[in-house]
Design a protein around this ligand. Structure first.
Ligand SMILES: *[C@@H]1O[C@H](CO)[C@@H](O)[C@H](O)[C@H]1NC(C)=O
Ligand SMILES: *[C@@H]1O[C@H](CO)[C@@H](O)[C@H](O)[C@H]1NC(C)=O
Ligand SMILES: *[C@@H]1O[C@H](CO)[C@@H](O)[C@H](O)[C@H]1NC(C)=O
Length: 420
């Protein structure tokens, strides 16, 4: 089960009424649970066998080469006898050397995520480091990373959680740049919640870090003719977002999706699914999400040059709504000791399954389990709109920094990021 409170996003207009003005969309109402039906056992057994095979291949591959700091991650819940580190299994430990930056000194940390600037007093939440059970994430070494990323283009695609990670990465890397003015948004744009594209350039390193807002990854469209009245707009599940061609030419490409695949953001807004010319009024959201992911898989397999582009997909970012209607948001002072089931998400499961059978390598950033403990790290009422508590987004600095440390550790352990 997942939940997500879009009211946390503030006062924007419904997505589906403004399909053509990109990014104009968010809704006010809270979301419901969305329960995905369980998979049948045939698929489960098949997946398991595929997984075993994949693990065997990964093992052979890894041990025939140099030993990277972190090995590839496959499935969270499997009991692998292979003695390798699952970087996404571990715990948070106190570390006084954190945080990695001061959001008030980073022009790319949006005000809404800068909890300290918005009045949060306790700072303990900024001082936790993720410690994988059987290995260590290399210390963040900004100068080494900036050198390695010289001339590269890193692209984030997804919803506001993707934007957070984008902001976090920029702020982390800016700590290694003396002249802060040498880092700028290429169109001079300010960060807003609806903006479709933001591109930040580190001019001394010829490094670009871009963000594309594409909450569903597939294309929205207008109401088809002769559709029932309740249909206000559609999602073309078989067509990737029309700006996807702008993502191809990148060195690192990080996707997310999931938070928008809820009845309150789709059906209740009059948004239904379409495949080809056929309207799929009865299609459940789970099926639609899987279909959209398969569209993404085909797109990636046919357009991504794995020699050039390192491909990542981030799983569901745990939220911490509580109470009967999941509308209550109580940010704690310390991480919780138990995950309360939040370390599992059907969205994450679907992503992991979709990615596993791909012909191009994709690294799953499985952040669901690590986020599950961090009931202390959400924006809460320390946002730009304190009247609407937010237990979905994270304070910066905070949890998204750790996503980036893991991302960077993968990139740094890669022998060859291609030369542009
Ligand atoms: C995982 O496998 C090990 C030995 O291979 C076994 O001792 C352990 O009980 C297993 N754990 C689970 C959760 O199945
Ligand atoms: C962050 O920087 C601001 C402005 O320079 C400063 O007032 C604040 O004390 C700093 N915060 C921390 C946690 O160091
Ligand atoms: C990627 O590299 C491999 C090995 O160097 C090569 O065989 C393959 O043709 C390359 N693929 C593309 C699309 O460039």
């Amino acid at each position: 089960m997942i939940e997500f409170n879009p009211s946390a996003f503030g006062h924007l207009r419904p997505f589906c009424t403004r399909v053509f003005s990109f990014g104009k969309g968010i809704i006010k109402r809270h979301c419901r649970f969305w329960i995905f039906p369980s998979f049948n056992w045939v698929i489960a057994v098949g997946s398991f066998l595929t997984f075993l095979l994949a693990m065997a291949c990964a093992y052979l591959f890894l041990f025939s080469r140099f030993q990277p700091d972190i090995h590839s991650y496959e499935i969270p819940k499997s009991n692998s006898s292979v003695n390798e580190c699952n970087v996404f299994r571990g715990s948070w430990i106190k570390d006084e050397s954190y945080p990695l930056y001061n959001a008030s000194q980073c022009p790319f940390a949006e005000r809404g995520f800068n909890c300290l600037a918005n009045g949060r007093r306790d700072r303990g939440y900024t001082k936790w480091r993720w410690k994988p059970k059987n290995c260590d994430i290399p210390r963040f070494n900004v100068h080494q990373i900036l050198e390695k990323m010289r001339g590269k283009r890193i692209v984030f695609v997804g919803d506001s959680l993707s934007r957070t990670q984008w902001e976090s990465l920029i702020c982390m890397l800016m700590t290694g740049v003396e002249d802060k003015r040498s880092v700028y948004e290429v169109n001079g744009n300010k960060i807003t919640k609806q903006i479709r594209f933001l591109g930040v350039r580190f001019s001394s390193f010829d490094l670009r870090i871009d963000f594309y807002r594409s909450v569903f990854l597939v294309q929205p469209g207008p109401t088809p003719r002769r559709a029932p009245k309740r249909v206000k707009s559609i999602l073309k599940l078989d067509k990737l977002d029309d700006i996807s061609n702008e993502w191809i030419d990148s060195d690192v490409l990080i996707f997310n999706s999931g938070h928008w695949w809820t009845p309150s953001k789709l059906f209740e807004m009059g948004c239904y699914f379409q495949i080809g010319a056929s309207l799929k009024l009865g299609m459940p959201i789970t099926t639609a999400f899987k279909t959209a992911l398969n569209t993404w898989v085909s797109w990636a397999e046919t357009t991504i040059n794995a020699n050039k582009t390192s491909l990542f997909f981030r799983t569901f970012e745990s939220s911490h709504w509580s109470g009967r209607n999941r509308l209550s948001c109580k940010v704690t002072r310390r991480p919780s000791s138990k995950t309360g089931g939040k370390d599992w998400s059907s969205v994450s499961d679907i992503i992991i399954r979709a990615v596993k059978k791909m012909s191009v390598p994709v690294t799953v950033l499985h952040v669901t389990p690590m986020g599950a403990f961090r009931s202390d790290a959400h924006v809460g009422t320390w946002s730009d709109n304190p009247s609407v508590p937010d237990c979905s987004h994270w304070c910066l600095p905070g949890v998204p920094d750790m996503w980036n440390e893991i991302l960077l550790s993968y990139l740094m352990s890669k022998n060859e990021l291609s030369v542009p």
